[in-house]
Design a binder for this molecule. Sequence first.
Ligand SMILES: [Zn+2]
Length: 334
Amino acid sequence: MSTIRSLSLAFATSLLLPSIGFSQGAFDGAPEGFIPPPLHPENSDLITQELGEGVYALLSSQPPIDNSGFIVGENGVLVIDAHVNGRMANLIQTRVREVTDLPILYLVNTNHHGDHTFGNAFFPDETQIIAHSETARIMVDFEEEKELILAGAGGRTDFLDGVELRLPDITFEDRMTIDLGGRIVELHHFGHANTAGDVVVYSRDARAAWTGNFIVGAEFIPPVFEPVTRSHLAATTAMAQTLDVDIIIPGHGRPTDATMLTRYAAYLTDLISKVRAEMAKGDTDGLRIVRQLPLDPRWYPAEGTPERGFLPFIEGLHRMNVLRTFQDLSLENS
Ligand SMILES: [Zn+2]
């Protein structure tokens, strides 16, 4: 009897997905209520949107499934993010081919997570993959990345069939400039935010920036998956001071603009000061502080926006952000 019971419990847990005690990297020790991001691509499409001459966003038909993009010069194409599997990586290339026959010279991974990198192996051998040096270092742990993606996939694994590790060919630290032939693309690293190797791809001509997981879409709050809230805030401020942006194509969610940087900075500043105030009272229990500081309604997605339907996810994300901020500030005090 006890065997049957423990078996059925294990089965139920695998179906429901654990909400406490994640052991998958960035979600390690996630607080109750945290919902892993749903990144299974289902049957999602990518819709091409021209942002300027030769500059294109590829927007997911099912946000928050990943967005992508590409920039075309006289010599060839640069693609932003490889997506999660072969179907999606091939769909990106189909969308490129609807615009140009020029070779895909470069593919940029905006961070190491599998939904941005698992498509790498499906691009041509001659495509040079570019990432921050930290992204290349962390990507080596392929199995951990699979766990992270599967955490939000509702128990399905088939969409990762055939994915293989393909590491970057070129890495950089703070900044890199690529000339595609009459079209310049800038790559910027503003510091450790959602991941240690977050990259912003910037077209100065189109005043457009692709931000991966660093700045996510309209109406969301920043995803602080690692205990680096102060660094996340510094990176947000650095981006706001460095780039003139009319449109942000986030890794996830609807496109937004530079007002998102102001919103992020205000949210993160508020988060840091509230967690610091709780700690100043002598509270050393991070999970109790999480319960003390639920998401303030001022950060709710506006009524009538599609993101409003994601409120439970955003509230869970905020709980993670509080815990990670407690951990970050604990490092400050140690
Ligand atoms: Zn992502």
